[in-house]
Design a protein around this ligand. Structure first.
Ligand code: F6P
Length: 342
């Protein structure tokens, strides 16, 4: 078979390890041929791809980013978009199947294309760990590691100055990175989108830390919002969907905390550093296993399926199970962490 690989959406440590796992398994077990579409669905819509040989994936599992490039192109839009055009492009180039590595948007598109008859298998990707039907996604462990190291460093400077530090981590819809890095780094409060809090409650946690002679450290996910929404909106306003604007939450919280508690406060936004660089050993192994399993799914002709981590096993589910619902932090996990706040 000739198999086309693509990486789409925001990048994520481990994408190259998936590509390596798929190519090695495909070549060694099935004598498969591979091409890589450049920049996600954009390469599919434009028929822009390159051959990938076994030697191209040598040493790739430790490399961050994606050798194929990525974009947020919608495959239903543009001149070469839509199932008929894409199928024609695949037929003309003798490409039998696509392995789409991506998050919610990529997999939703993959599902629609599969419903229209295309041969596609999905691999879940998100540092946010917000995809349903997989226990963990590769990239998450690396992001938590990077955030934890940053929190450890911020703690020493906070202690030196007796300041409150508010550190913002990624997590548009869910707070997994905040929860895990906050727990690992011993944060005094963890603020996540699933659990809105009042500014009074946050200040209570911060003051109780100060009263014990410590420097308060608050970890906030970018999608967190205050229950007293007016204050949250007063600085950045609402976005086009009438939701509080994303990002900048730490920048808004730090002055509010300082004003109410009198504790000098600073904010730090970790941003894309959480997505950059080499994947952790755990993510390399997970991504490699998912890449290999995607080849099994292709040879089983399990179109519309997605490979997934269940416990410690790699399984196959339908893409439909993975999209449309978010993998949110359960209340019990937050309550467990909350015991450590203040
Ligand atoms: O990969 C998901 C994510 O990390 C979100 O947490 C964040 O909001 C988003 O990507 C930002 O991505 P970009 O700047 O590439 O649009």
């Amino acid at each position: 078979m000739k198999i086309g690989l693509l990486t789409s959406g925001g990048d994520c440590p481990g994408l190259n390890a998936v590509i390596r796992g798929a190519v090695l398994k495909g070549v060694i077990s099935h004598d498969a041929e591979f091409v890589g579409f450049r920049k996600g669905w954009k390469g599919v819509v434009e028929g822009d791809f390159m051959p990938i040989e076994r030697h191209d994936v040598r040493g790739l599992s430790k490399q961050g980013g994606t050798i194929l490039g990525s974009s947020r192109t919608n495959p239903f839009e543009g001149e070469g978009g839509g199932p008929e055009n894409i199928q024609r492009m695949l037929d003309e180039n003798g490409i039998d199947a696509i392995i789409a590595i991506g998050g919610e948007g990529t997999l939703t598109a993959a599902r629609r294309l599969t419903d229209a008859g295309l041969n596609i298998v999905g691999v879940p990707k998100t540092i946010d760990n917000d995809l349903a039907a997989t226990d963990y996604s590769f990239g998450f462990d690396t992001a938590v590691e990077i955030a934890t190291e940053a929190i450890d460093r911020l703690r020493t400077t906070a202690e030196s100055h007796g300041r409150c530090i508010v550190v913002e981590v990624m997590g548009r819809h869910v707070g997994w990175i905040a929860l895990h890095s906050g727990m690992a780094g011993g944060a005094h409060a963890i603020l996540i989108p699933e659990q809105p809090q009042s500014i009074d409650q946050i200040c209570e946690w911060v003051e109780s830390v100060r009263d014990r002679g410590r420097a308060p450290l608050v970890v906030v996910a970018e999608g967190f919002h205050l229950t007293d929404m007016e204050e949250a909106h007063s600085h950045k306003g609402l976005d086009a969907f009438n939701r509080p604007r994303l990002g900048g939450i730490a920048e808004r919280l730090a002055p509010m905390i300082e004003e109410r508690t009198g504790i000098e406060s600073r904010d730090t936004v970790l941003g894309h550093i959480q997505r950059g660089g080499a994947p952790s050993a755990y993510d390399r192994v997970l991504a490699t296993r998912l890449g290999m399993a995607a080849i099994d799914a292709v040879y089983a002709r399990a179109w519309g399926s997605m490979v997934t981590l269940r416990g410690t096993d790699i399984k196959t589910v339908s893409i439909a199970e993975a999209v449309g619902t978010l993998n949110v932090v359960p209340d019990a996990r937050y309550d467990e962490a909350r015991i450590l706040f203040g």
